[in-house]
Write a protein that binds this ligand. Structure first.
Ligand code: 1HE
Length: 269
């Protein structure tokens, strides 16, 4: 049976499988600055709904061309002249895609360049690690376009930078770039060279963790953040019980006990 993550079954996304189990998933409409149309969102839903169970170890999420993603396909939206209910359903598919990313259990590292705007920032927010370069800039142009967010910015962008900074971004169209964007939490890394190179390096590293450990990190933490402190502590104990006793971990624990495992050292040693 064809796997749902088989690259040959995708059109809007270009998918490349690396030897280390890392999948490079690239938005592939560079002439439209990778604007998110219905077809692209459906492919994101399909890929990320199956990635964990089909053994994808980590994903580098990228955009072809000079810009990561220009957000909602405004031309498709304008031409479709949607009813409120129709657009609500569009938004629900966006949420399905980005929730599958954030909660799906596969580490996702976004390699960002150029515009990461509107829905493009919402997409990037569904990743667990964001790497930017010197060309990357973030904005929420919805206010200027006469529209509103619909793909989770009210949740994830305000979580990253705080509610009032997010409100300022959408009200005024403010652009963040460079080190300031990292300091605010829009990305965790900024590179002098290409963000892709750094993202691949990070993906290779996280792909070496045990899959069940990565599942917990890239699913349980987000769920726990939605719970009360009491419930999150309970859930953490349950997940810890499962993950910290997995048979595959014994070898790594034994290596530590035998003093053959690497020790944690400061960066300069
Ligand atoms: C598009 C889109 C798009 C480009 N939908 N077609 N997002 C925005 O408000 C951002 C809109 N885009 C831009 O501001 C600029 O295009 C960029 C800064 C991203 C790139 O600029 P540039 O000069 O390289 O490209 P361009 O000449 O503006 O666009 C090149 C082509 O891409 C052109 O198509 P063409 O057929 O005329 O060649 C553009 O129409 C097309 N294109 N961006 C459709 N977004 C669930 S709610 C989410 C709400 C939002 O995401 S609002 C934010 C929308």
């Amino acid at each position: 049976m064809t796997q749902q993550t088989d690259p040959s079954t995708y059109q809007s996304l270009a998918i490349e499988v690396k030897d280390n189990g890392v999948y490079v998933v690239t938005l592939n409409r560079p002439t439209k600055r990778n604007a998110l149309d219905v077809a692209t969102i459906e492919e994101l839903v399909r890929f990320f709904s199956h990635a964990q169970q089909e053994g994808v170890k980590a994903v580098v999420l990228a955009g072809a061309g000079d810009h990561f993603c220009a957000g909602l396909d405004l031309v498709e939206h304008w031409k479709a002249d949607r009813s409120p209910a129709d657009f609500m359903h569009v938004c629900l598919r966006w949420h399905e895609a980005f929730n599958k990313m954030e909660y799906g259990g596969v580490p996702i590292i976004a390699a960002l360049q150029g515009a990461v705007v509107g829905g493009g920032l919402e997409l990037a927010s569904g990743a667990h690690i964001r790497v930017m370069d010197q060309s990357t800039y973030f904005a929420l142009p919805e206010g200027q376009r006469g529209i509103f967010t619909g793909g989770g910015a009210t949740i994830r962008v305000s979580d990253m930078i705080g509610k009032y900074r997010m409100i300022d971004m959408i009200l005024t169209g403010r652009v963040y770039q460079g080190q300031e964007a990292v300091d605010l939490g829009l990305a965790q890394y900024i590179t002098e060279g290409s963000s892709m190179e750094k993202a691949m390096e990070l993906a290779d590293k996280v792909a070496q963790n045990l899959p069940l450990t990565n599942f917990a990190i890239c699913s349980a933490i987000s769920h726990m953040n939605n719970m009360s402190g009491m419930d999150a502590a309970y859930a953490e104990a349950v997940v810890g019980g499962l993950v910290n006793t997995q048979p595959a971990a014994r070898e790594r624990l034994e290596a530590f006990a035998n003093k053959t495992a690497a020790r944690v050292r400061p960066n300069n040693e």
